[in-house]
Design a protein around this ligand. Structure first.
Ligand code: S3P
Length: 432
């Protein structure tokens, strides 16, 4: 078991300087997965060596794929080509990573062997029926605890039927799982979403040579493509950058630059909302790298933020940023309402409950809604001892709140930060 770590945070006078955030978690997972299925080698640069992505590497090694690294954030995947994965001798372990489990289930559904996948205590309580339903309709057989909703899950895959799936949730993990299964079906598989979720799978499938078509909220892929190994340059993770973007927006006098951050429209809702709240954010040197839009993000403190309503289509575009957005809202003038975000209840923790508990402890005026949060901003925050609840984004959001609270803040269980942002404390040190 990992030792539990306390992160001590003192109020910041100001944040200044330039620091890079690590590679994008969603894109790092997908690069390994598609690299494994492709013919030839895939080189991944700026891979995120966080625990979640290491779980993906570990699972693919158990499926017979040779993977070198991560070495200085470089990974080389020796692709196995179609039919190249082999039956794992042992249980696959996705750790804390929902993306690993749900996307891998899509791939395992198309394999003619038996496999079992599990995860840590948090992942074993997260709903899997949302992917198992469509995958079973495509022809896979998947069993698990509580009617198959919870891991450990046992998968008997094989030849799949193409499928048109209307997903009730805007979830890139559901969409990607079905699209990846669609690679093993004879014909065209389509996913229709209520709102557009992050589109990294679609972009990367195209990059590797698959036939993907997108029209509105529908994505379709043709089965049995010839995927070819590629070079993938992973942009900085906007979900990690968000902690410092918010921090510089609420700590007076701040002026920071975060180079090379992914600003894909399906992920950049946090920038739009903070701009609407009055933050001083500029995108510099905008470019496209490896099929993904990237920019250097400069954030200058621009006075006190104002409250906003966040709902509808914007929610999937900032779903992982809600904990830190709530910190911004706690300092803003007026009311912030976050709605249509019930998905937060089934993340690494119930993030509606854990954010409300965390900010409430700091002294913020925060109320849980069934599908979001209501914050009346402006109460002074007091440094406190708070728990991460094993959730990396709760731990980092609490650390950001600590930058503007009176006195010392201690984040208990801060080791979970390594799930998505190894080096978080060092970046904070560089900027303060
Ligand atoms: C992810 C999709 C999102 C997000 C998660 C990563 C992905 O989850 O919250 O951190 O890489 O596809 P959902 O698909 O459950 O919304």
């Amino acid at each position: 078991m990992t030792d539990t770590i306390d992160l001590h945070v003192l109020p910041a006078e100001t944040l200044r300087g330039t620091a890079a955030v690590p590679g994008d978690k969603s894109i790092s997972h997908r690069a390994v997965m598609l690299g494994a299925l492709a013919e030839g080698d895939t080189i991944v640069e700026n891979f995120l060596p966080g625990e979640d992505c290491l779980s993906t590497i570990d699972c693919f090694r158990k499926l017979g794929v040779e993977i070198e690294g991560p070495d200085n954030c470089m990974v080389k995947v020796h692709g196995r080509g179609p039919g190249g994965l082999t039956e794992p001798e042992d249980v696959l372990n996705a750790g804390n990573s929902g993306t690993t489990m749900r996307l891998l289930l899509g791939i395992l559904a198309g394999q003619s062997f038996f496999s079992v996948i599990t995860g840590d205590v948090s992942l074993r309580s997260r709903p899997m029926a949302r992917v198992i339903g469509p995958l079973e309709q495509m022809g896979a057989r998947i069993g698990g605890r509580q009617g198959g909703n919870f891991a450990p899950l046992a998968v008997r895959g094989g030849q799949l039927k193409p499928f048109i799936y209307s997903s009730p949730v805007a979830s890139a993990q559901v969409k990607s799982s079905v699209l990846l299964a669609g690679l093993f079906a004879d014909g065209v598989t389509a996913v229709i979403e209520p709102h557009r979720s992050r589109d990294h799978t679609e972009r990367m499938l195209k990059h590797f040579g698959a036939a993907v078509e997108i029209s509105g909220n529908t994505v379709q892929v043709s089965g049995h493509p010839r995927l070819k190994g590629q070079r993938v340059i992973v942009p900085g993770d906007i979900s990690s950058a968000a902690f410092f973007i918010v921090a510089a927006s609420i700590v007076p006098g701040s002026d920071i630059t975060l180079p090379g951050v992914g600003v894909n429209q399906t992920r950049s809702g946090i920038l739009d909302v903070l701009l609407e709240m009055g933050a001083g954010i500029e995108l510099l040197n905008q470019r496209v790298e490896g099929g993904e839009p990237v920019a250097d993000i400069r954030v200058r403190y621009n006075g006190r933020l104002t409250g906003v309503t966040v709902e509808g289509d914007t929610i999937p575009r900032l779903i992982d940023e809600v904990p830190v957005l709530a910190v911004a809202a706690a300092t803003a003038e007026g009311v912030t309402k976050i709605r249509n975000a019930a998905e937060l209840r089934v993340k690494e923790s119930d993030r509606i409950a854990t954010v409300a508990a965390m900010l409430g402890k700091f002294g913020a005026d925060v109320e849980e809604l069934p599908d979001g949060l209501l914050l009346r901003g402006g109460r002074p925050l007091e440094g406190v001892i708070c728990e991460s609840h094993g959730d990396h984004r709760i731990a980092m959001a609490a650390a950001v709140a600590g930058l503007i609270a009176y006195g010392e803040t201690v984040v208990r269980g801060a080791e979970c930060i390594d799930i998505s942002f190894p080096g978080f404390a060092s970046v904070l040190k560089i900027l303060r």
